[in-house]
Design a protein around this ligand. Structure first.
Ligand SMILES: Nc1nc2c(ncn2[C@@H]2O[C@H](COP(=O)(O)OP(=O)(O)OP(=O)(O)O)[C@@H](O)[C@H]2O)c(=O)[nH]1
Length: 575
């Protein structure tokens, strides 16, 4: 039978915690009318009043912490039918997925994505994300970034604008959730120590058991350490879970400081040559000084490899703020998002990384010990959009387009016809790909470029774009006109708000690029790529002034190009 947990009642969480604790601490139920069994469970059919609702308890489970209610039972029954892990996580995003689906249809009759026609879908996306309980600053940033990327795409042959938008939204969702999977760090020597932190009832102890099983399946030996000396039955709960997953639990009773228990546990684990030590800690109703100090003490005592904050998905964007707060106070390495199988709207999964800077490392999707999965941003994004086939179709079409463009570009390069239109197209292609970083990595020999150099290059490309936009059609197609005419260069400088020196430099760079690219293509045919150093220099923002530009001590009105570009630039320049 499926069960709903005490904490699984959004908004009634705390009440249920109380009930849960009553059930462990006192022989009477919270309703005062039902007696508890000796083991802490209710007799069946007890009544609770939570808010305005009467909740009837139908049965009790392990450790008196799980309750099946009349209300939860029917909804759980229908949910139970869909109980494989993929579908369970999708269920969290059901609303968001449905809302997004409706949005794509609004673009069906468009030819291309423009600032105007994406406006309405973007407002809808904004609303859908807010409804999913994603935090407002995150939503704003997301919408801005999707808009910019969407309108920069242009036409991709055979791909509809709505499909393009799906792809952009997918890519942005992935990057919002951290890009790639954040793995658990393992200690270089000695046991890997994982310190678990979190508020009361979020699923810390359960997550300890789940993690223990996860590592055991990976062939590691695991020990759990019980340092929650405050909650009655917390130690028993961990011992039971330990038996369930077949992992030893270190406990030293309740009359000893948590940091000392942790220290002794670690010593014992070292003695037994245990690979992974998971330390369960006490939760509080809210972040308070005493809790933080205690955690800090445990942390400094055991020097953990990982500090994982367990947060409840049902608290939505609050979960994200909590991760940020704990990170500031304690310093954490990541989060475990629990109860993603519940009625949450998914906002936490989307907000945590952006709000806190810390990744979600695992998600809990049920009460059972196997209901824990590593968090993969790309898989989660696909689940939200549910459009895997559209995504791969757009990717394929983009590849084909890039290839066709590349072939055309290559032809023009070979013929030394690379002009300012090509230059602009390339600049826009780079922008369309999000960041130059991704592209650079694909070019052999270019992956050594630092992110700072890439961002400088991106800035410098923007400057270039502004100057090219001030050129006439003729000048773009025929850069020789600019090389020969200082007055044209002056006009462009005024029009683009740049200096004449910058315009001269740009013109000079184009000729150098022409020559180098020609060089490059000849070399590539011969199998070597020695010209990349020069290209790298070009793209890193022209830090070194190209020879023959206005950076020379005595700028000349015409342009001269030296080095490898000399042959191509021959004939242009000077008055
Ligand atoms: N549905 C669902 N329930 C969960 C999940 N993780 C934990 N729970 C349930 O949430 C309740 C609280 O879990 P615990 O592990 O006891 O929470 P805790 O954070 O250790 O609580 P304290 O020790 O009091 O701070 C239990 O009933 C768990 O079965 C999950 O991923 N999904």
């Amino acid at each position: 039978m499926q069960t709903t947990t005490a904490a699984a009642w959004k908004g009634k969480n705390e009440k249920f915690r109380e009930i849960s604790h009553y059930r462990q601490s006192f022989p009477l139920c919270a309703s005062t009318s039902s007696r508890l069994t000796a083991s802490g469970g209710c007799f069946s059919s007890s009544q609770f009043r939570v808010g305005k609702k009467n909740i009837r308890i139908l049965g009790n489970e392990l450790l008196g912490k799980q309750v099946v209610t009349s209300e939860s039972f029917s909804s759980q029954q229908s949910r139970g039918r869909r109980r494989n892990s993929v579908v369970r996580a999708s269920a969290v995003f059901d609303n968001l997925s449905t809302n997004l689906e409706a949005i794509w249809t609004k673009l069906r009759n468009q030819d291309v994505l423009t600032r105007e026609n994406v406006k309405e879908p973007m407002q809808d996306i904004r609303r859908a994300l807010l409804e999913a309980d994603v935090s407002l600053p995150v939503v704003r940033k997301f919408v801005k970034s999707v808009t910019e990327k969407a309108i920069g795409i242009g036409v991709i042959k055979g791909v509809r604008p709505d499909q393009q938008l799906v792809k952009v939204v997918n890519d942005e969702l992935v990057s919002l959730m951290g890009g790639s999977r954040a793995e658990i760090e393992f200690a270089k020597g000695g046991p890997t120590v994982i310190l678990m932190a979190g508020l009361q009832g979020v699923g810390k102890t359960t997550a300890c058991g789940k993690l223990a099983l996860y590592f055991k399946k990976k062939g590691k030996s695991v020990m759990m350490v019980a340092t929650d000396i405050y909650r009655p039955a917390a130690i028993d709960q961990l011992l039971t879970l330990g038996r369930q997953v077949d992992a030893p639990v270190f406990e030293a009773g309740k009359n000893i400081k948590p940091a000392e228990i942790a220290r002794r546990g670690l010593t014992e684990a070292k003695k037994q040559k245990i690979d992974v030590v998971i330390i369960d800690t006490a939760g509080r109703l809210q972040v308070d000084k005493a809790m933080m100090n205690e955690l800090k003490e445990v942390k400094s005592t055991v020097n953990p490899t990982e500090v994982l904050l367990v947060v409840d998905a049902m608290t939505g964007q609050e979960a994200a703020s909590l991760v940020a707060a704990f990170n500031l106070e304690l310093g954490i390495t990541g989060a475990i998002l629990t109860k993603l199988d519940g009625d949450s709207r998914g906002g936490a999964a989307l907000s945590v990384k952006e709000v806190s800077g810390k990744p979600i490392k695992f998600v809990g999707e049920g009460e059972g010990m196997t209901a824990l999965e590593p968090f993969y941003p790309d898989r989660m994004a696909s689940r939200i959009l549910g459009m895997g086939d559209v995504l791969s179709f757009v990717e394929k079409a983009q590849e084909v387009m890039v290839q066709e463009e590349a072939e055309e570009m290559q032809r023009r390069i070979m013929e030394a016809k690379f002009d300012f239109n090509d230059f602009l197209k390339q600049t826009r292609n780079l922008a369309r790909m999000g960041s130059m970083g991704g592209l650079m990595k694909l070019i052999p020999g270019m992956n050594k470029i630092s992110p700072q150099q890439i961002s400088e290059a991106e800035k410098s490309l923007k400057v270039m774009e502004s100057m090219i936009n001030s050129m006439t059609k003729q000048e773009r197609e025929n850069p020789e006109l600019l090389a020969q005419s200082p007055s044209r260069r002056r006009r462009i400088a005024v029009g683009s708000g740049r200096s004449q020196e910058q315009v001269s430099q740009l013109v000079s760079q184009l000729f150098q690029m022409r020559a180098r690219m020609k060089n490059l293509s000849t070399m590539m045919q011969g199998g070597s790529v020695p010209g990349l150093g020069a290209l790298e220099e070009q793209l890193s923002g022209g830090r070194k002034a190209p020879p023959g530009t206005a950076k020379r001590r005595k700028p000349k009105p015409g342009l001269q190009v030296s080095g490898p570009a000399r042959s191509a630039a021959k004939g242009f320049g000077s008055k």
